[in-house]
Ligand binder design. Structure first.
Ligand code: SF4
Ligand code: SF4
Length: 430
């Protein structure tokens, strides 16, 4: 288990890479860690967990939580999504990337090294590598993973799985700490016909599972993800069961973006989503299913976690509230495009939301610290239409990118919200 520390103006952030959990330390706690000599390089001895937990209670909560644009509590993002290549080997209908994304020029390996080093020097804790398909150029990808993990950054590789044999073939040539890597494989259906409808190609999903099993045998962390659509909603419990059987511990369902609705010309209805939730709950009750599922991307608290999440938010340490704000764009994360441009999130069009470019002499810390567009996102209040909603303080109107793309404003509610669409609250809560 690895703990990573980042110095901040008021103390330090501590990150547990196995559990993906963050703590705050005040100056005194940070000083004591240094004195006890348990802080080496960026890592902290795991034996100090109890000590750290105690010290993290001593933080001046008020000062940390009442941040303004002059005092933002973080000097750089906690995590970054890096769209490392626009190349892809599938044409998925559920893909949320715009036609403009595919035209972005890709950087050469030297420029990618510059970006990887920027992520290291700015103290980012987690990086997701996406594309396109990040395994299209596996040697380049593995070089980047090596740079990041040798500096204790946790890496998630988001892949469609078709090129996993290349990963297995070449990975031994690199010095990579497996504990710091998760390979997230996107699986949309077990049915070849549905799979072809969704991905644009016919391929054997059985082969992908065989590759996953090989990775698991070699002690790699593998997660599986599915984008929820009306075409594969019946498939999701089957995928979940299959994942559990082969020992996958994390299964994530992504709530689709509006662009997916448009390309698929239909959305799953709320009653279908609730029926899915109930099926998954029943499966989870069975003893032999140990994987956990998550719904991310929109309204997971509404549909899957309900009041449990609300209690959790109320009890949370104020700093962690930053993490529980529904939209993380500019709050704890930024996105990097294939040409090195930085945007709050991939959903924001770069022509109006580009914050800078890491190859044009601006550092990630500079972009993070002094950018009026990020001030706007951090300062975002819940929209008037949401005033009756019990989730308004944490949701703040949902996905800012969806709101911007629909209304050219981040101050309107997410157009996908079931409540805003007039669904009955009771139906969601049960
Ligand atoms: S009503 Fe508004 S605040 Fe509530 S869940 Fe929907 S978008 Fe979020
Ligand atoms: S803009 Fe939407 S997709 Fe991006 S971080 Fe916010 S909620 Fe997530």
């Amino acid at each position: 288990m690895c703990y990573i520390l980042r110095k901040e103006r008021w103390g330090a952030v501590l990150f547990n890479s196995s559990k993906r959990k963050y703590w705050l330390l005040n100056d005194t706690a940070f000083f004591m860690i240094k004195k006890l000599l348990i802080y080496k390089d960026r890592t902290v001895n795991s034996k100090i967990l109890d000590f750290v937990k105690k010290m993290s209670m001593t933080i001046d909560n008020t000062r940390i939580v009442e941040f303004s644009n002059d005092f933002y509590p973080l000097t750089s993002p906690l995590y970054v999504d890096w769209y490392i290549t626009p190349k892809c080997n599938l044409k998925c209908k559920y893909c949320f990337l715009t036609p403009q994304f595919w035209e972005i020029p890709e950087l050469n390996i030297f420029s990618k090294h510059v970006i990887a080093n920027q992520l290291v020097t700015s103290g980012v804790f987690e990086v997701t590598l996406l594309g396109g398909e990040p395994l299209m150029d596996v040697a380049v990808l593995l070089e980047i993973v090596q740079i990041l993990t040798s500096n204790y950054i946790k890496v998630d590789i988001s892949t469609n799985g078709l090129l996993l044999q290349k990963f297995t073939k070449y990975v031994s040539e690199f010095d990579i700490d497996k504990e710091l890597v998760t390979i997230s494989v996107s699986i949309q259906s077990l049915d070849p016909v549905i799979l072809e409808k969704l991905t644009g190609f016919r391929y054997e999903i059985r082969q992908i599972f065989l590759k996953i099993e090989k990775l698991l045998q070699n002690n790699w962390n593998v997660a599986v993800t599915t984008v929820l659509t009306h075409l594969n909603i019946e498939e999701i419990p089957k995928i979940f069961e299959k994942c559990s059987k082969i020992g996958i511990k994390s299964y994530t369902i992504f709530y689709p973006y509006t662009s997916t609705y448009i390309s698929l010309q239909a959305i799953p209805s709320l009653s279908d989503i609730l029926a899915l939730r109930n099926k998954l709950r029943k499966l989870k009750e069975q003893k032999d299913i140990r994987s956990c599922y998550h719904l991310v991307g929109a309204f997971n608290f509404l549909l899957f976690n309900s009041n449990k999440m609300l209690t959790h938010i109320k009890d949370e340490h104020p700093f962690n509230k930053l993490g529980t704000l529904f939209c993380k764009a500019g709050i704890t994360k930024l996105d990097i495009l294939p040409d090195g441009s930085v945007v709050p999130c991939i959903l924001f069009p770069p022509n109006s939301w580009k914050l800078g470019n890491l190859l044009e002499g601006t550092s990630l810390r500079d972009i993070w610290g002094a950018n009026k567009k990020l001030y706007r996102l951090r300062d975002r209040k819940y929209p008037k239409k949401c005033k009756e909603c019990i989730w308004k303080e944490t949701c703040r109107g949902g996905c800012a990118g969806e709101s911007y793309n629909k209304y050219m404003s981040i101050d309107r509610p997410d157009p996908r919200c079931p409540i805003i669409k007039g669904e009955k609250w009771n139906a969601i809560q049960n």
